[in-house]
Design a protein around this ligand. Structure first.
Ligand SMILES: Nc1ncnc2c1ncn2[C@@H]1O[C@H](COP(=O)(O)OP(=O)(O)OP(=O)(O)O)[C@@H](O)[C@H]1O
Length: 429
């Protein structure tokens, strides 16, 4: 027997052996179906009216194609509007056997057309040995649902919404920034990513301590240092949609309430250039009744106080991002934790950030003889990543590009020296 087993193992390929084992198991399973449990998973909970979407059905639909082996021949394939990748689905009347923690779970998509309807009704049948009932209900089904959530997040196309009249107008977020492409100090980058991860993990904590599950970030720094790019990188990292809230388009409490209520969970609400919006224009007479500033135009502070109150009734998992070029102009009360939990300073470009740009734009990942000179010049000059990125785009040859950067930074440095001499020699009036 041992010799025979070794010979079979050597001669029959593993996939064929697995297939034979699966077939034999399902053949014998028919004779002991008394021990089998079958769960019916309809597309909708209320089968006749088609109401109440059954998440487990949809989860199985997405999950099963990732579990089938190469011998499975009938798959449906498609490209959906909201998904980046091709979508696969199992076809009716074929079994898919999934192994989980050493037990087998068999899935079958059953298709039936009832007499009074022209449309087929689909149901997944999940079968397993009755000994596995507890494992199926407590671990396997939750595992299918969790995998589905992760797959959905992975495939999601991130959207950006801007307000047009009273509605959020949607388009695809095409900004390609990611944390890898951002020219930021590596420690700052890691601390932002850690903060985001911690925020996502802490749903239960927020609930326990009675706080709305939201986090506020203030991004500040000169124009062109990457504030908008960082918002895009956060959105692409978390797969959260972005709502660009222009304060000048908000005229009253009810207006703001509508705007916030119509944002979805797992989203980022961005209020840009808050210092410019500090005093917002007087409102139209129509909205005077419920405005923030009782007749004079509302202040940012009034608006944020009002927003704090809104969170208890509106959604979860929101990230608020405020951007400004002038942090010093913002009232200290607005910067308090709970509203702006993390203050992120996006500043002028330095050596470590430059390496990221050199890798992104020129494909230079290793060392280059001009790097040290550029690092020294960046220490002495105040230049934004946007300006350097613009210079890097001008040449195709990496060496030429770096030479041009050296020339540009040297000129900037010389100009700074001149300006300095001028200010120290000119008597003040
Ligand atoms: N830190 C950075 N890392 C990588 N690229 C950057 C960075 N900062 C700026 N850039 C480049 O400069 C362009 C403009 O940057 P961005 O719009 O993100 O700056 P900003 O700080 O939001 O500017 P503003 O305050 O004027 O809105 C980006 O598209 C990107 O190409």
């Amino acid at each position: 027997m041992m010799l025979l087993r070794t010979a079979i193992n050597d001669m029959v390929p593993r996939q064929l052996r697995n297939l034979i084992t699966t077939k034999l198991e399902s053949f014998f399973a028919k004779f002991q179906s008394g021990n089998q449990v079958s769960l019916k998973i309809d597309r909708s909970w209320d089968r006749t009216s088609g109401k109440n979407r059954n998440e487990l059905y949809h989860a199985a639909h997405e999950y099963l194609p990732s579990r089938i082996n190469r011998t499975y021949k009938t798959l449906k394939v498609g490209k959906l509007e909201d998904c980046k990748n091709l979508v696969l689905a199992v076809d009716g009347n074929h079994e898919v056997v999934d192994e989980f923690e050493g037990s087998k779970f068999t899935w079958m998509l059953d298709e039936k057309t009832e007499k009074d309807s022209s449309k087929p009704k689909y149901t997944f049948i999940l079968s397993f040995h009755e000994k596995q009932r507890e494992k199926a209900m407590e671990r396997y089904i939750p595992h299918v649902l969790r995998t589905y959530e992760a797959m959905k997040a992975e495939q999601k196309i991130v959207k950006i919404y801007s307000r047009s009249c009273d509605y959020w107008e949607q388009s695809e977020l095409t900004h390609p920034a990611t944390f890898d492409t951002l020219a930021l100090d590596p420690e700052l980058k890691t601390s932002i990513i850690d903060d985001l991860d911690r925020f996502l993990r802490r749903k239960e904590l927020y609930k326990r301590v009675g706080k709305p599950w939201k986090r506020g970030y203030l991004l500040y720094g000169p124009p062109g240092t990457g504030k908008s790019s960082l918002v895009a990188a956060i959105a692409n990292y978390l797969k959260f949609d972005v709502y660009d809230l222009e304060l000048n388009s908000v005229f009253s409490n009810s207006d703001l309430m509508r705007a916030i209520r119509n944002t979805s969970n797992r989203s980022i609400i961005v209020i840009e250039d808050i210092d410019c919006n500090k005093e917002v224009q007087p409102r139209s007479p129509k909205s005077d009744k419920d405005g923030f500033g009782k007749g004079k135009g509302f202040t940012l502070s009034g608006l944020l106080n009002y927003m704090d109150g809104l969170w208890s009734s509106c959604g979860e998992e929101r990230i608020m991002v405020f951007t400004t070029n002038h942090k010093e102009r913002i009232d200290g009360a607005l910067l308090r934790p709970g509203r702006m939990d993390m203050h992120i300073n996006l500043s002028f470009l330095k050596g470590k950030g430059f390496r990221v740009l050199a890798s992104n734009y020129l494909g230079l990942d290793g060392h280059h003889p001009l790097f040290q000179q550029i690092d020294d010049l960046l220490e002495k000059t105040e230049v934004t990543p946007a300006v350097v990125a613009e210079h890097l785009m001008r040449y195709e040859d990496p060496h030429h590009s770096l030479e041009a950067i050296v020339k540009f930074l040297t000129q900037m440095d010389a100009q700074n020296q001149l300006d300095l001499q001028f200010t120290t020699t000119t008597p003040s009036t």
